[in-house]
Design a protein around this ligand. Structure first.
Ligand SMILES: [Zn+2]
Length: 418
């Protein structure tokens, strides 16, 4: 008899697994809420854990990686189960240290035999980290859109670009796309042309038009052989699923029907390990509606993306502790991309709209000791003369105060590495 914990958010599948294992004589606990699973595994130290890959809260791959990388739980055998049978998913499960992968629905006899075999075998070794001598892979960041609203017809051309929020972050073979504003459209075309990045991640801060209007025109969605991992928060009135579905429903019909596999991740204020050693943490930003900011970390590098966020600055009241929180969250970031939409006098007229003055943003970035600040989410009404002035003034302010900080205005085509 072995002690087994089954983590599955689908009650039917979970009960079936439970019954099969109990019939085979094991002591089985079923956990439906993945966020409670790690505590249970740590305290009970079972012989084997069965994890569904796709679950709200913490997904199975993240749980698997945590179990296999913590000394206390390394020896626990992990079986991943999934309704999907793609080779890529199997490979990911193996990369994360899983001992076995079983497809749903189960072949009942095969399932029991596989579990019995596994309980008799030695646990798989955790995947080895890259050798220390290997050069550190860097994040490479490209801005595809940084405006607050799409250009109205007849707006003058801008050296900063007119497309709305979209930033691509590459790390090894992983592509993370932060927001799906209209900058996503040319990014999508370049992805299809390159043939690389077949499984990009799209992380959406919120569903205001300037952060989401590009999704329906994202070329990889209509091409063969793509899988789009889309993460974002559920709004109280509309789920992530409904938002995504709607974006494709209203897309121009000439694009055809969606070919890509879509995998949705309902994100909360939490940390997710989306690839071995690469963490994404989401936090709530000070902006109307449910709005996330993202912290992406890997191998000691940290990129923070928070495009729509109001910093209170000196005029904040004791009740407004957002600034303090953001200083902690952004602390030590290599690259901090933050809302700096307004000239300070304009901000004074537009308080409590959910956007910041560049001055408050520079001050906060200095307190958080970030290395490079990218001033982001430019007001659509500002011409290049105003945007040039913001950069000049921000740099003069940094120099005048003696901050160890580099301030850069976002512009389409800007690339940075860290
Ligand atoms: Zn917004």
């Amino acid at each position: 008899m072995a002690r087994i914990i089954v983590v599955d958010d689908d009650p039917l599948a979970g009960e079936l697994t439970l019954t099969l294992l109990q019939d085979a004589g094991h002591e089985v606990t079923l956990i439906g809420d993945s966020t409670a699973a790690l505590d249970a595994i740590n305290s009970r130290l079972p012989d084997l854990v069965i994890l569904d890959i796709l679950m709200p809260g913490i997904d199975g791959l993240t749980l698997c990686h945590r179990i296999k990388h913590a000394p206390a739980t390394q020896a626990v055998r992990v079986v991943m189960v999934s309704g999907k049978s793609f080779a890529a998913d199997r490979k990911r499960a193996t990369d994360y240290g899983a001992d076995a992968f079983i497809e749903k629905p189960y072949d009942v006899d095969g399932f029991s035999q596989k579990i019995a075999g596994l309980l008799g075998a030695a646990p798989a070794a955790a995947p080895q980290a890259a050798p220390a001598a290997a050069p550190l892979d860097k994040f490479r960041l490209t801005v595809w859109g940084c405006r607050s609203l799409s250009a109205v017809q007849g707006a003058p051309p801008s050296r900063y670009g007119r497309r709305t929020s979209c930033v691509a972050l590459e790390k090894d073979e992983l592509l993370l796309v932060l927001d799906a504003g209209s900058g996503l459209v040319p990014l999508g075309r370049s992805l299809v042309e390159s043939g690389r990045w077949r499984e990009p991640w799209l992380l959406i801060t919120h569903f205001h038009q300037d952060h989401f209007e590009g999704l329906g025109r994202f070329a990889p969605a209509y091409a063969d052989g793509y899988k789009l991992n889309i993460g974002g928060a559920n709004d109280p009135d509309q789920s992530l699923q409904e938002r995504v579905q709607r974006a494709f429903e209203i897309a121009p019909p000439e694009l055809g029907s969606v070919q890509a596999e879509l995998e949705l991740y309902e994100m909360m204020e939490q940390t997710y390990e989306i690839a071995p050693g690469l963490q994404v943490s989401s936090f709530f930003a000070n902006h109307p509606g449910t709005t996330l900011g993202f912290i992406v970390e890997s191998e000691g590098r940290k990129v923070v993306y928070c495009p729509d966020s109001e910093i209170y600055g000196e005029q904040g009241t004791a009740m407004q502790d957002y600034d303090e929180r953001l200083v902690r969250l952004a602390g030590g970031a290599d690259i901090f991309i933050h809302d700096a939409r307004y000239l300070d006098p304009d901000y004074q007229l537009r308080k409590n709209n959910g956007h910041s003055s560049w001055l408050n943003t520079v001050e906060l970035a200095a307190r958080a000791e970030v290395k490079r600040l990218v001033l982001f989410h430019h007001d659509d009404a500002y011409g290049d003369d105003v945007l040039d002035r913001i950069e000049t003034e921000a740099r003069a302010h940094v120099a005048g105060k003696g901050y160890a900080l580099e301030a850069t205005m976002a512009r389409e085509g800007l690339t940075l590495a860290c």
